[in-house]
Design a protein around this ligand. Structure first.
Ligand SMILES: *[C@@H]1O[C@H](CO)[C@@H](O)[C@H](O)[C@H]1NC(C)=O
Ligand SMILES: *[C@@H]1O[C@H](CO)[C@@H](O)[C@H](O)[C@H]1NC(C)=O
Ligand SMILES: *[C@@H]1O[C@H](CO)[C@@H](O)[C@H](O)[C@H]1NC(C)=O
Ligand SMILES: *[C@@H]1O[C@H](CO)[C@@H](O)[C@H](O)[C@H]1NC(C)=O
Ligand SMILES: *[C@@H]1O[C@H](CO)[C@@H](O)[C@H](O)[C@H]1NC(C)=O
Length: 335
């Protein structure tokens, strides 16, 4: 009888239980030294795991063909089910799809033509845990619905949006946005933050579901270049955005105020690893001159999520190889 009661209680409550999972945002550094080494060749070339490496024997940037294995083995070991990358050229997207395996799928487009050219900010998701409902891309420029560059920006810049559903536990639907802001133009970054915040608010109002935004802001939370972060968190007003975009994603005027919360501050303090910098450059372990926190994970103030943990992990392995000039940022989220 007790057992039956327990079963009944579980049956009634299980669908509503929050589902905890780990996600990552990771700027991979584009494939700046292309070669023709295949993923299978790299896998065949992996060292015997029982043999001690020559510690810190390598310092400078290594080819993607060497870095990709480090990226994949790290991500696999973290048990993530959702990932947003930045700076990935199509080769890198396809390599990671191969390395992560057939349980995974991805969406995204090359930012230069909306197809395959230029860097992607792809969203990878584990098909066994997440269902993709829809996805789209907009450019963080004055003409968001066509491949375009903000005047003064170094590159075309995009944001990818995915509507996803958890396949187990709560079954929650949520919106996930992944972006990479400009490295040269602070005005571009402020426009990007304004567009993405506007879209995120639309998602919050329209879907009433959790909204998570990740990405490389190419700018820190404090100091002269903190405009994008401050617009995101509501500390600074947004800048003017394209009218077509504003009309498409308008919300009723009585909609609640909305901003984004930095998950590094939302997770319980003891569950936040003290490792701070997300950009390190390809430098020796002792050279911290370029270190900065510029990669973030945010949740919308409309809620529906809790932050259970947060950590920035080194991208360096004992042989000195840096898998990227950024570090992966992991967040544990319950929806
Ligand atoms: C890779 O292979 C292509 C086609 O065989 C060749 O054109 C290209 O030069 C090669 N690139 C490198 C870096 O070896
Ligand atoms: C195999 O690994 C060694 C040591 O890391 C490296 O120098 C070499 O370029 C790699 N070869 C291939 C085909 O990946
Ligand atoms: C994701 O977006 C791509 C490119 O716009 C599109 O071809 C694809 O059908 C979309 N997938 C889903 C499931 O919406
Ligand atoms: C707004 O964006 C749309 C779509 O990209 C574009 O056609 C339009 O010209 C833009 N408006 C302005 C004022 O730039
Ligand atoms: C999630 O979205 C799908 C597709 O739009 C819909 O069929 C489903 O009812 C939604 N689930 C919840 C829990 O809202």
């Amino acid at each position: 009888m007790r057992f039956l009661l327990l079963c009944l209680v579980l049956a009634v409550y299980t669908p509503f239980h929050a589902m905890a999972f780990r996600l990552v945002t990771y700027n991979l550094r584009f494939d700046s030294m292309p070669d023709n080494i295949t993923v299978q060749q790299s896998l065949a070339n992996l060292s015997n795991p029982l043999i001690q490496p020559r510690y810190l024997s390598l310092t400078a940037e290594q080819p993607w063909s060497l870095r990709r294995i480090r990226v994949a083995e790290h991500l696999i070991s973290e048990g993530i089910i959702l990932a947003g990358f930045q700076e990935a050229l199509v080769r890198q997207v396809l390599d990671l799809a191969e390395l992560l395996g057939s349980d995974w799928d991805w969406v995204g487009v090359g930012r230069d033509d909306g197809v395959l050219a230029g860097e992607f900010s792809p969203i990878f998701y584990k098909k066994t845990d997440l269902l993709l409902i829809s996805n789209d891309t907009f450019w963080t420029s004055n003409t968001p619905f066509e491949p375009s560059k903000f005047p003064g920006a170094g590159s075309f810049r995009i944001c990818n949006v995915a509507h996803l559903q958890l396949k187990t536990g709560s079954g929650t639907n949520f919106t996930f946005l992944n972006t990479h802001m400009d490295d040269q133009s602070d005005a571009q970054r402020q426009l990007a933050a304004s567009l993405i915040l506007y879209r995120a608010r639309f998602e919050a109002v329209n879907t009433k579901n959790p909204v998570l935004v990740i990405g490389d802001f190419n700018s820190p939370p404090t100091g002269a270049d903190s405009g994008a972060y401050n617009i995101f968190t509501g500390a600074k007003p947004p800048v003017a955005i394209n009218a077509t975009f504003a009309a498409k994603y308008a919300v009723p005027s009585q909609s609640p105020a909305f901003s984004m919360l930095d998950l590094r501050a939302q997770a319980p303090r003891r569950a936040v690893r003290s490792t701070f910098a997300t950009f390190t450059g390809f430098t020796a372990a002792s050279d911290t001159s370029d270190w900065q926190r510029i990669d973030f994970v945010f949740g919308g103030t409309n809620g529906g999520w809790t932050a259970d943990g947060y950590k920035v992990e080194s991208s360096r392995t004992d042989d000195g190889v840096l898998a990227s000039d950024h570090r992966p940022v992991f967040a544990d989220v319950s929806l």
